[in-house]
Design a protein around this ligand. Structure first.
Ligand code: ZN
Length: 248
């Protein structure tokens, strides 16, 4: 990456002010090129080789752990997040196989219970009723495509299934959070994404199994926002109606 960032500087004509729309567009364009570069030229062989390394180097060291997990699981956490490839729960939380029961979908949506049920609410029910997780964490993230699409609904015209699904994030507009200058140019979107965390957090609490467990004091619920650029997590402080750093 280093040489790519060096190359980025060469994009700018000498004397161009550091903050101009042209410069911002150039940086955005550069980032898109760099991300493509990082992902480019990889085919299925890459993941097959990854699995080969796992069997040769990782599995033998953790054999007893996997042996213990081979017939049952007892995760303490239900983790609900977006499908986004940049959100890697075990990496950002230091968790291990068997720790997190995970549900992912575009926009970390929790549909309001429908009579016919759905994958997300079924997963929540199983986690709470059967696995008896102690914590349910709803985690949104910066630069979320689901909320970008909610702002620009036209982009979904050719994706009827996604368009229908993302109606679930419309409640984000009612819970939009104050702008945070630290989010820079993405502040408007970040405020909406945090609003979506609040909306889905409320839906989570309204799930019958969750409401029951909360009433009995056997479950805690958490609403988080993960910032990809800084790696930091914020938590929703329900009493103060705002997001605060997870690490104080
Ligand atoms: Zn997302």
């Amino acid at each position: 990456m280093k040489e790519l960032y060096v190359a980025r500087e060469s994009w700018f004509p000498a004397g161009l002010p550091r903050e101009t729309a042209d410069r911002r567009r150039a940086v955005a364009c550069f980032k898109a090129v760099a991300v493509k570069h990082l992902a480019g030229g990889r085919n299925v062989e890459r993941v097959i080789q990854g699995h080969k390394r796992f069997l040769a180097e990782v599995f033998p060291l953790r054999k007893s752990h996997f042996h213990l997990l081979s017939e049952s699981q007892a995760p303490e956490y239900l983790f609900i997040t977006c499908s986004d490839s940049r959100v890697v729960p075990d990496l950002i939380l230091g968790t291990e196989p068997g720790d997190l029961f995970i549900s992912r979908n575009a926009g970390n949506v929790i549909p309001v219970t429908a009579p016919e049920g759905d994958g997300v609410t079924a997963t929540i029910e199983y986690a709470v009723e059967v696995l008896k997780v102690k914590h349910a964490i709803l985690c949104g993230h910066s630069d979320c495509g689901a909320l970008k699409a909610a702002v620009n609904a036209k982009a979904l015209d050719a994706l009827p299934k996604a368009k229908k699904w993302l109606r679930h994030v419309e409640a984000a507009f009612q819970h939009r959070q104050p702008l945070n200058p630290a989010d820079g140019e993405g502040a408007e979107l970040a405020a909406l994404i945090r609003g979506n965390v609040v909306a889905q957090f409320k839906n989570l609490k309204a799930q019958p199994s969750v409401a029951w467990a909360l009433k009995n004091g056997t479950l805690s619920v958490h609403g988080w926002y993960y910032d990809i650029l800084s790696g930091r997590i914020e938590r929703y402080d329900e009493k103060r109606h705002r997001f605060v750093p997870l690490l104080g």
